[in-house]
Design a protein around this ligand. Sequence first.
Ligand code: AHR
Length: 631
Amino acid sequence: ILDLDGISTHIKIQPTMYGIFFEDINFAADGGIYAELIKNRSFEFDEPLMGWKQQNSRILSHNLDSGVLTIYSDDSKTNKNYARITVNNDKSYILENEGFRGIGIHQNTQYDFSFDLENVSGNISAVNASLIDENGMVISKVPILIKGIGWQKYTAVFSPSRTVEKARLQITFTGNGVVNMDMISLFPQDTWKGRKGGLRKDLVQKLYDLQPGFLRFPGGCIVEGRTLNERYQWKKTIGNVADREHLINKWSSGFAHRPTPDYYQSFGLGFYEYFQLSEDLGAEPVPILSCGMACQFNTGELVHLEELNPYVQDALDLIEFANGDTNTKWGKLRADMGHPKAFNLKFVGVGNEQWGEDYIERYKVFEKAIHSKYPEIKIISGSGPSPDGEFFDYGWKELKKLNAQIVDEHYYNSPEWFTKNAGRYDDYDRSGPKVFAGEYAAQSVGVVKPDNKNNWQTALSEAAFMTGLERNADVVAMTSYAPLFAHADGWQWTPDLIWFNNLQSYATPNYYVQQLFSNNKGTDLIKISENGNPVKGQHQLFASAVQDRNKGETIIKVVNTDSQGKSVEINPGSRQIGNKLNKITLTASKLSAENNFQTENIKPVEEILALKKGKFLVDIPANSFVILKLK
Ligand code: AHR
């Protein structure tokens, strides 16, 4: 029997209770949600012709009979490189881009193609651009006339006749002459909210459907960088897209088993776009900033305390960029980019997964500076990579002494760990900092091993664990699964919440667990107990309950990790409930079951049942997560 407490606990579920964590890992940004289809569009990768091919040429940059491509640099620019193409003897010179593991092209969608070109000399009066399939057959073709001299932007629209997952872009130059080219770009017109140069619609829709309370960005380890020089610097990610300086992605080397040397950050998805995305999703923006420590799993390079000021200033300037009025330097830049209204930033994270004395010393400097100027901003501090880590307890002890506001905990562990730890926060100090479970996921094979699966076992164990997060909503203020996205042909880390290829995406069982919690988070916690005890694994049952004051609903979440179904009696006690029960069940045929691009077999199924007054019996199937909504 599960008893609901008649008396409200007076504990509010924070609107930020269930959020999302976005990191550019697994091609999540470039090649993923950022809808640009051309890889290395402005020749800025360390190997400037990576992603590009001259037809019939095995060695790039080599003199071909029909023409030659040379990379030139303009050191006065942030994006220095451009390509000089010389076409000889009235022949055709062909340049191809492979996209991000191919270019996904949908029939009946239009594609904006553009490039910057300077007509230097001679006579190249037109270029022909084509989308071609894996066999070289043309899917769509556009001729573009070259007029005048000097740098100009040229545009055209492709209307493809077929859907192709791994198309390529081919540009053919004919004539006798020299042109310079830069920013060769291809975007679907059908982006999220129809924004030019915007985000991939199907992927953002999946985020929107989660109704996330916050968006934590941009990482993760990419915030820290392998070296300090490679850290994420938000100021380099705003302003004109073509001027944003590229950076090799920390995950390009990832782990030894998944090297991805062609993984760069173009920052087309930069801080302005992250704020805009947060706003679109109705989520609080939660930017995480470098605290002057490079990734401690890599170089662990440190900024001396006396030299920390520019890092701290970046944090202060970011708050001004998000919230400052349009007369301020950074607020004006935000307005110039199209958003005069403040983004209403409330949280800032200082460091990602940092630990030890070095972190605490740096955190103190940030905290003092941020709270002296912006006392209303809530600061999120880190506790290191894992609760089992050597420095975890040290970090918590020190952060408590410093009255830290929110501490970010990360745990990647086995499904067994998650079910065993459903009571993790039951004994947390209620007078200390709030908890942000900022990254967590159950890993089927082993921690940080390749080929971890997003199977039902992992999702079910996360659901069991999440009842514990919810039961402790007085101390747990924010939670988010990680990582969010993975490209099926370009990942470095498993498991991940949403998988995609160039055309499609699918939601994992873990996604549906997140969605069910988030869409049913309620407003107030209700105590739910079995013989007066929290339900955290006795008889392999886990449960939590909330009230939604806005919708007038009592919502019970029950997880059964047993291979036997159970008939559970719910005692609403003195709670007022109506005569309707919405029962939503998420389960699978076996623990190893997964969703995939072809089918999402594991997804919530809803039924509406009649309810009598008083206690009632409900079937909780074997290995299932069930939501009971009483109106
Ligand atoms: O989510 C992948 C990585 O896991 C994150 O970058 C890091 O914070 C954690 O170690």
